[in-house]
Structures are given as C-alpha cells and as structure tokens.
Ligand binder design. Structure first.
Ligand code: MG
Length: 387
C-alpha cells in the first residue's frame, strides 16, 4: 500500500494580519511549514509528500525546504484561491502515480505526532482525528450568552484527514461548490461516504492567531535545549586622508577617513568576527575574501547580516553584543545611540541587547598617536544544543 500526504500551504493566513503568510512565519528559528513537512516525513509509512503552495510563494517555499533532503518530498504544486481548490490541484497532481491512501494536512499544524500520522495511514477507511468539545458552548446575541448549545456529540476536527485516494479525488471532482466546503471530510461525506472519528492529539493545534504562535514558541522553547556561546572580535584600521569615518554603520564627520578594502567600518568588522567566533565559523576574511573585487568599497552591514544569517540558519539567535571602540578622535559618545540603533536594525534584535561604548588610549600607542581606530567586540549567541 502506498500512502501520500498532501500539505495545504496555499492560504494567506489573514487572521494573523498582513505580511508573511503564517506558514512562512518563523517558529524557534524555523519556518512553520518546514516543521510541518518534517513532522509528516517523520512517519515512515508516508511514501510521498506533495505541498500545495500559493502562486507567489515559490521563493518562500524554496527557503522552507532548503534544509530538507528527503526523496519522498516531491516538487510543490500551485494551489488555488480556496483550500478545496488547492487540495484538488494536489490530488490531481498525484493521479498519474496514484497512491492507495492520502492524508490531507494543514501547513499550520507543525506539532502533529508521527504516531497519529501512522495511525491514520493504517486506518481502514476515511478517518479524521478529532477531540471531544469539553467547554460549555453558548450562542451569543449582542454580547450576551443567549442559548446554551449542548456539547454532547460535538467534536473538534484536526488534520491530517485520511481517505482512500481514488474516492476522495472523485468526491472533489464531483463537488462544484467546493470552495464553500468546510474540509475534506465534508466533501467526502457529501459524496455519500462515511467518515470515522479517531482520537486526535491534544498538541496538534492549528496556528491561527498571534496567541497561537506565542503558545507554539513556548512549546518549541521547552523542547529545544539551547546552549550559549560567546565569541570575540578585534579589528583595526589605519587613518588616511578624508573627511569622515564609518563606525558601527554610522557616518561620523572627521578630519580623516579610514583605509580599508570595504568601507573600513572597524565596529561592524569586529562585531561580525565576534559572531563568526561564537559559531566557530572563522572570520570575515574567510567568508568575504579581500582578494574578491566584489567587496571593494562594500558597506559593511552585508558582513554583519551574513554572520547573523548563519545564526538564524542554525535555529539560533543573538542574545547580546558589546562593543568598545578605541579612538582618540573623533568623539564617539554623541553617536553611540545611533550606532546602537543601527546595529540592532542590521541584526534584527532589540536595541537594548546592543552596547556601544568607547575609550581613548590616553595618548599612548597607535590609537593615542591618532594613527587609526580599533574596536573590541563580544557577542553571545543561543544555539540549539547539538545533543
Ligand atoms: Mg576590518
């Protein structure tokens, strides 16, 4: 018996407001869709996975599956305006190599347990996971509890919903008003077939609102043991003729400029090296070789963004950063708040996690002789523990 899974990721997730559809929002550093696909693939009885995506979501999808190397994951199919048309497009795409069973799953249910997927794959006929309603139910009128609704016999449906493939495809094709249908179980029942209720999983909730996302974040944080790593960076650039310096992403007027292959921003260089250091990923020179003409005159925020991107790619986050500029002149203090804000913006973290301070060298050494500017930086990152 072959079992396919269809994951419906074509919706816009409008209840979470404008912007990124919820399935592409990040949860503990990973896209929700990435977690959902991995959760379904964790069931060994699933032979194929087809994801239905929005027509404008190709790039987001590519990012979502970039780290998934599993031959069971097929290329995505473009869905439609409604859940039903998206499911139908995915089912039609599987028809040439029709599986025996298909499990249809919401992209926004990343916590589906592999055991539930296995149980639905093995269930004989059409089956949907559901939990009995335990709260009192009321029909409200104008903000008042009006009519009590008996909860006996009421169930809250989850996904995946499991069906014999040929029969659910035929049911979808027979249903011309499918966009109004509640879910695939309803479409199947309207074609005259019974649907069995099986026990759902309490944690298999659908991320619909910001409150759901916050709950999901708490669950992921509990499941993911983090470890903390600190790196340090140091950089120096020599003065040359000019009328200003770039320090921590801020242009500071000065009677000199700094010499360097890029914009010579010692602050951002030291900080990028601190983050690379925390990751044991070498330094800027390893990722952006000075011999490469592409980085001549480059704005240094690209180095810092790259370092921060490596943290995100590992499911980590930057906890804090602390920088000390070593400069006799120009005076740094008036510019420190702008530098703090700019670094926070590049890293995408709150400004109260960034510290920028400065010291002179009491006229001693190369800084004291105003031959150049240096910077010391430390950064702490939280990363999912390796084991
Ligand atoms: Mg440098």
């Amino acid at each position: 018996m072959t079992v396919a899974a269809v994951i419906v990721a074509a919706g816009r997730g409008t209840r979470m407001g404008a912007g990124v559809p919820k399935q592409y929002r990040r949860l503990g550093g990973q896209m929700i869709l990435t977690r959902t696909i991995r959760a379904v693939l964790a069931a060994r009885s699933v032979d194929l996975v087809r994801v239905a995506i929005g027509g404008d979501a190709r790039e987001s999808y590519r990012q979502a599956v970039a780290g998934i190397d599993d031959p069971r994951l097929l290329a995505p199919v473009t869905g439609g305006d409604s859940r039903a048309t998206s499911v139908r497009a995915a089912l039609v795409s599987l028809e040439a190599n029709a599986p025996d069973r298909v499990l249809i799953h919401d992209a926004a249910r990343p916590f589906v347990p592999a055991g539930l997927v296995e149980a639905l794959a093995a269930a004989g006929d059409a089956a949907i996971p559901a939990e009995p309603v335990v709260d009192a139910l009321w029909r409200g009128t104008d903000g008042h509890a009006d009519v009590p609704v008996p909860r006996d016999g009421l169930w809250r449906a989850q996904t995946p919903q499991a069906f014999p493939f040929a029969a659910i495809l035929a049911a979808h094709r027979a249903r011309t008003d499918a966009p109004a249908a509640l879910d695939d179980a309803e479409i199947f029942r309207c074609a005259g077939h019974p649907v069995t209720l099986v026990a759902g999983a309490p944690g298999n909730f659908k991320i619909t609102t910001e409150a759901d996302l916050a709950r999901a974040e708490r669950i992921v944080a509990r499941e993911t043991r983090m470890e903390y790593r600190t790196g340090q960076g140091f950089d120096v650039h020599r003065f040359r003729d000019g009328d200003g310096v770039w320090l921590c992403g801020v242009r500071v007027p000065h009677r000199r400029a700094l010499e360097g292959h890029s914009d010579a921003d010692v602050g951002l260089h030291a900080l990028a090296d601190a983050i690379y250091g925390a990751l044991a990923e070498g330094d800027i020179g390893r990722h952006f070789p000075p011999s490469d003409p592409r980085w001549r005159g480059a704005a240094s925020h690209i180095f810092l963004s790259h370092a921060a991107g490596l943290v995100g790619a590992r499911g980590g986050r930057i906890v804090n950063a602390d920088l000390t500029l070593l400069a006799e002149a120009p005076r740094i203090a008036p510019h420190a708040p702008a530098m703090q804000a700019r670094i926070a913006e590049i890293l995408g973290i709150p400004a109260d996690r960034i510290s920028v301070k400065a010291t002179t060298m009491e006229h001693m050494g190369f800084v004291g002789r105003e031959e150049g500017i240096g910077c010391l930086a430390t950064a702490t990152v939280a990363l999912p523990a390796a084991s």
